[in-house]
Design a protein around this ligand. Structure first.
Ligand SMILES: Cc1cc2nc3c(=O)[nH]c(=O)nc-3n(C[C@H](O)[C@H](O)[C@H](O)COP(=O)(O)O)c2cc1C
Length: 199
């Protein structure tokens, strides 16, 4: 599937076929694709929690206000972010770069985020959101549908024992849709969203 088709076809599915299963290899393929997403200073802040155990999924269902995707989809990933990834062995983000480039980028990273928790969070959230979109487009390419979802963050954090220095981005359910999506309910025009030079 080409990228334009994947963008056109991706819709948020509300009813997934509970009988449809996906393999561990497919989950790996999705995450490998997500790892290719752009990220601030190549920090790759995203972390994915595979909600797999039926007991965990049952609890997660409450955290998404009982929307059926979490219990019916073939795969549920919680897209998280490591807010402090910039401090954690940053040399691994530049392992294949020339030494002088690596040093420059690491020094710059450490300087940028020191004492700037707002930027630290914003950039980690941007990067994780990029990975979330990659997951959904890659899923489309693999013949899977998806649905990005919000959740009760405190409840979900408790369920997955989210570390103190991590945050939640979104839940994404993947699988086969039980019925085709509604027509797009209300799409803004290019004129509504494209501003030239300044507001
Ligand atoms: C951050 C975020 C949170 C969302 N939360 C939910 C949700 O809780 N339940 C749901 O069914 N869809 C959710 N959606 C999907 C949106 O409703 C959907 O993307 C929007 O209506 C446009 O429809 P489309 O994705 O089919 O084009 C969410 C999407 C995003 C990006």
């Amino acid at each position: 599937m080409n990228v334009s088709d994947a963008i056109q076809r991706r819709r948020s599915v509300s009813l997934f076929d509970p009988a449809y299963k996906i393999s561990d290899a497919e989950v790996r393929e999705l995450v490998e694709a997500a790892n290719l997403s752009p990220s601030a200073f190549n920090i790759q802040h995203w972390r994915f929690v595979w909600l797999r155990d039926p007991a965990v999924l049952g609890q997660a269902s409450e955290a998404v206000w009982f929307q059926p995707q979490v219990t019916d989809a073939a795969l549920v990933l919680l897209v998280c972010l490591d807010l402090k990834a910039w401090q954690k062995s940053p040399e691994r983000y530049w392992a294949n770069a020339p030494a002088e480039v690596a040093k420059h980028m690491i020094d710059n990273t450490l300087q940028t985020y020191a004492d700037n928790p707002q930027l630290e969070r914003d950039e980690a959230m941007r990067s994780a959101s990029m990975a979330a979109m990659t997951l959904m487009l890659k899923a489309q390419d693999m013949g899977l549908e998806s649905c990005a979802m919000a959740c009760d963050e405190q409840r979900m954090a408790d369920i997955v024992k989210l570390p103190e220095d991590h945050a939640l981005c979104m839940v994404i359910a993947f699988g086969r849709a039980l019925k085709p999506p509604y027509a797009r309910p209300g799409l803004l025009s290019v004129e509504d969203v494209l501003v030239t030079d300044s507001f």
